[in-house]
Design a binder for this molecule. Structure first.
Ligand code: IFM
Length: 443
């Protein structure tokens, strides 16, 4: 199985999950600093204070990426490193760091793909209401322009947001992520302000004459009713609204889904949508990033027949409780291409969490991860043969790292990080992936 010439084989990370150095060189605090230091918020009280110490070890890490042979690397810029209070003075040392990273990648022949927001909202903006406050969207656009002015001549791929669903819903409805709010009205408002932030940032980059390609990454799920009963079908449609259509419809159709206002009416009206917002949100992009982890079978919730749903637990859950369903990736790629956009797509993340460990011989034998990626690459390739335009594939993650509310309790990396010593060791999957890249397909 071979991929087209020029296919972008990448790897992905995010700033707070790897950098550490949270109080160095002028970085301001983010909502994840606050949240991770809140007792009970993160497993075992882990924080990103040190994480993979990538802020200091970036040269070594870029060398590892070079050894792996990736053509591209997806990293995120920490907003509070660049604009410590979220709005106002810029911190030149923060920009210097990302400039060193981008230049270091280019020197090694690796294409940078930059995410501008991977969940680390400056705490000062949270203190002013965070994503519930419309002004946050304008501040994000200003910050995007600042980063673009420094790096626009060298970065060919720009992503505004990573996974607005997680920022809005996991952060403001489930409360499992920063800022730890549990309020559906706030969550729905946050969805809109995040999308507006994306739209304003795209406009800012375009106004600045961006020459790179501009996109956004959404985490999408494949949703199926557990049976054909009207109640299960309706429940699946509600979950699809909640997880997928609330993002895809405004981005690619310039409108919230027809059933959205009625569904959310018990908690909020859509008064937060102002004239012109949806035009900004739906402004043309150059590519679309998809993160894929979950496929759901859904049945009605007898306790909440009007608004609820129940996810049928997977038959073989992984350590994070979700199943492995590569076919869901193909379903999503094909659905997005068929129903929403002809833009080139990029799988900006997919990956498997394991409790990896080094065996007596020092080998980290993550064969399940190899099988996971092999299945997902077959699925992606299948979608391509059926007409999907796919530019690249970015395993999550390059390194083991701070997995948000799970702290360091699960590992996603191609490289094992021994946190006490910060030693990096390639897992078996890293060697396998290096071969995939070399042969441009499955070995
Ligand atoms: O670690 C996260 C990443 O930050 C966003 N997408 C999902 C990954 C695994 O949970």
């Amino acid at each position: 199985m071979r991929f087209p010439d020029g296919f972008l084989w990448g790897a992905a990370t995010a700033a707070y999950q790897i950098e550490g150095a949270v109080a160095e060189d002028g970085r301001g605090p983010s909502i994840w600093d606050t949240f991770s230091h809140t007792p009970g918020a993160v497993l075992r009280g882990d924080t990103g204070d040190v994480a993979c110490d990538h802020y200091h070890r970036w040269r070594e890490d870029l060398d590892l990426l070079g050894e792996l042979g990736v053509g591209a690397y997806r990293l995120s810029v920490a907003w509070p490193r660049v604009v410590p209070a979220g709005a106002g003075p810029v911190n030149p040392a923060g920009l210097d760091f990302y400039e060193r990273l981008v230049d270091g990648l280019l020197e090694r022949g690796i294409t940078p793909m930059l995410t501008l927001y991977h969940w680390d909202l400056p705490q000062a903006l949270q203190d002013a209401g965070g994503w519930a406050n419309r002004d946050t969207a304008a501040h994000f656009a200003d910050y995007a322009a600042v980063v673009h002015r420094r790096l626009g001549d060298r970065v060919p791929y720009w992503l505004t947001l990573n996974e607005p669903y997680c920022s809005a819903v996991v952060g403001h409805l489930d409360g499992r992520h920063a800022p730890g709010v549990r309020d559906e009205r706030v969550a729905v408002t946050a969805v809109h302000h995040l999308l507006l932030a994306h739209g304003r940032a795209v406009a800012a980059l375009r106004a600045d004459g961006v020459t790179g390609q501009v996109g956004i990454t959404c985490n999408l799920t494949s949703v199926h009713p557990a049976s054909e009963t009207p109640a299960d079908v309706a429940a699946a449609r509600r979950l699809d609204l909640h997880e997928n259509r609330m993002y895809l419809d405004p981005l690619f159709r310039g409108a919230y889904p027809a059933d959205a206002e009625a569904y959310y009416a018990p908690v909020t009206d859509f008064g937060f949508v102002h004239d012109g917002d949806l035009d900004l949100i739906a402004a043309p992009l150059d590519f679309f990033g998809i993160n894929y982890y979950e496929r759901h079978h859904v049945r009605a919730d007898p306790a909440d027949p009007e608004r609820g749903w129940q996810r049928v637990p997977p038959a073989r859950p992984t350590v994070t409780g979700i199943g492995v369903h590569p076919e869901g990736l193909a379903e999503i790629l094909e659905r997005v291409s068929r129903e929403y956009t002809g833009l080139p797509l990029v799988v900006t993340e997919t990956g498997l969490a394991l409790h990896d460990y080094a065996g007596p011989d020092g080998e980290i034998a993550d064969d399940e991860r190899i099988a996971f990626f092999e299945g997902h690459l077959r699925a992606a390739h299948g979608a391509m043969t059926r007409g999907v335009s796919l530019l690249g594939f970015f395993p999550w993650s390059f390194l083991d790292n701070f997995e948000w509310a799970s702290g360091y309790g699960v590992r996603y990396g191609l490289y094992y990080v021994d946190y006490p010593t910060q030693r990096r060791t390639p897992k078996r999957s890293a060697r396998w992936y290096a071969t995939v890249i070399r042969v441009n397909g499955l070995p």
